[in-house]
Write a protein that binds this ligand. Structure first.
Ligand SMILES: Cc1cc2nc3c(=O)[nH]c(=O)nc-3n(C[C@H](O)[C@H](O)[C@H](O)COP(=O)(O)O)c2cc1C
Length: 365
């Protein structure tokens, strides 16, 4: 009976882990509730398999048993840290908990748990398998797939399928900042306004779009609006003069990849920065680089002696190569990286922006 319960609990844990990775489809609240379910299953699992703890110190074990012990200890430790980080990034059950609140860290830990979990489960298969070499190959392939799913698959799904609706009034940053000295110009680039979108978001395939009070909005557009609301700065959008990007997300990825390879410089509407000592550039990461229209904007203007503050949004890869790219395009400018914001965290980035702008305002980079 105990064994049967153990098997059922193990299966439930793997299913929960996989469903948890599909965060974009199940939404935040179910994700958090399932996280609690996973934790409960873990306790049951540990109670049922408590014999294992007693065998850790046994000497003269076969190498496979030693390997299993190491993986299992790592797995339990990683799950515990994952649980703490889950509370840190909680938006529903543990909003009062403010420790390890990094979405990136949470995803990396979840990937580690899935990968170690696959190896852990695979070892049971290994002991029962007649063809040991084949079992090892199976474990390696399954763990590589689990790792790739966490590192690449989940962020990809998030970027492709995420469609978030917000009310700007709920997200609008509360504080304002009196800027000392000359005000910077906020310049942003976003897919919105530069793509052939249908007026109806449901008609946009692989939308990955934000709806603010029923209107489609780009992630970077929303950040630019927040920065301007906090500071009273003016903003300008980098806008294509020629052909726009396709409405479909995946087609845009292809076009942007071709542009990057060719180091294309798509035409953009002129933006006059000559009156400003500094700009705040808000842009998305595209293929680990700056979008080529941003390169056009930087090349079209003279940034000698000016400061370029950077805020980037991304789907998992932070600044990518963009800091050095911007430094190369504007060799005589002072480039100051400020924040790299994961696309899912954008609607709640108000406090982060206030803190960042306060730092910049006091000359702390
Ligand atoms: C063409 C394209 C390429 C992208 N490439 C990456 C990438 O390499 N790494 C990444 O983390 N996110 C990538 N993303 C995700 C965007 O950086 C992210 O969703 C951004 O917040 C979109 O901003 P927007 O809504 O203002 O256009 C890409 C998005 C697009 C459309």
């Amino acid at each position: 009976m105990k064994k049967k319960v153990g098997v059922v609990v193990d299966i439930i844990m793997y299913v929960i882990l996989l469903v948890q990775m599909m965060y974009v489809f199940i939404g935040n609240n179910l994700h958090e509730l399932l996280g609690i379910g996973f934790f409960v299953c873990l306790i049951i699992h540990l109670c049922i398999k408590n014999w294992w703890a007693k065998t850790i110190l046994i000497k003269n074990k076969p190498a496979s048993r030693r390997f299993f012990d190491i993986i299992t200890i790592l797995l339990v430790l990683t799950i515990i840290i994952l649980m703490i980080s889950s509370m840190g990034v909680s938006r529903f059950l543990f909003t009062w908990f403010h420790f390890m609140g990094s979405a990136d860290l949470h995803r990396y830990l979840a990937t580690a748990v899935l990968t170690l979990g696959v190896i852990h489960g695979g070892m049971h298969g290994f002991w029962h398998a007649k063809k040991k070499k084949l079992a090892v190959v199976g474990i390696v392939i399954a763990s590589v797939i689990a790792f790739a799913l966490g590192i690449f698959g989940v962020p990809f799904l998030n970027r492709q399928k995420r469609s978030v609706e917000i009310s700007y009034a709920d997200k609008q940053p509360e504080a304002t900042i009196e800027w000392q000295g000359n005000k910077p110009l906020v310049v942003y680039f976003t897919r919105m306004g530069n793509s052939n979108f249908e007026p109806d978001v449901d008609a946009v395939s692989g939308a990955s779009l934000l709806m603010s009070d029923g209107e489609m909005m780009g992630n970077n557009q929303l950040l630019a609006k927040m920065v301007c609301d906090i500071t009273g700065f003016e903003s300008e959008a980098i806008t294509l003069t020629g052909e726009k990007y396709p409405s479909s997300y995946s087609d845009t990825i292809v076009v942007a990849g071709d542009e990057l390879k060719a180091q294309a410089r798509p035409g953009v509407e002129p933006i006059d920065v000559s009156e400003y000592d500094s700009i705040i550039l808000i842009y998305p990461l595209w293929w680990g680089s700056i979008p080529m229209p941003v390169a056009t904007f930087l090349e079209d203007n003279d940034f000698d002696g000016k400061t370029i503050y950077l805020i980037i949004t991304h789907g998992s890869s932070g600044y990518g190569n963009t800091i050095s790219e911007i430094e190369e395009l504007c060799p005589n400018a002072k480039v100051v990286p400020g924040a790299s914001i994961y696309c899912e965290d954008i609607p709640d980035a108000g406090d982060q922006l206030i803190e960042l702008l306060r730092r910049w305002n006091t000359g702390v980079n």
